[in-house]
Design a protein around this ligand. Structure first.
Ligand SMILES: [Zn+2]
Length: 78
């Protein structure tokens, strides 16, 4: 079965839609696999802690080091 691809994303919204359609990102923005190498193994880095809990962290691909997502205050950001 042929994969249907959206034409090159032009806007940020289209880019997000593309990431979700291609299975790179969940709809809530949580990363599933690396955009560059397709690896599904990630590591969390750059923890920023508030007084007693983690407020932000960056998610990186274990294989190529690409930043695949950023989590802050309970939400995923791309
Ligand atoms: Zn990667």
């Amino acid at each position: 079965m042929k994969k249907k691809r959206i034409k090159k994303p032009k806007t940020f919204e289209q880019y997000i839609e593309w990431l979700i359609q291609e299975g790179y990102t969940k709809e809530n923005g949580e990363p599933i696999k690396c955009e560059k190498c397709g690896c599904k193994k990630f590591k969390n880095e750059n923890y920023y802690c508030g007084e007693s809990w983690v407020e932000e962290y960056t998610v990186k691909c274990k294989s190529c080091g690409t930043i695949v997502g950023h989590w802050a205050y309970g939400n995923w950001q791309i």
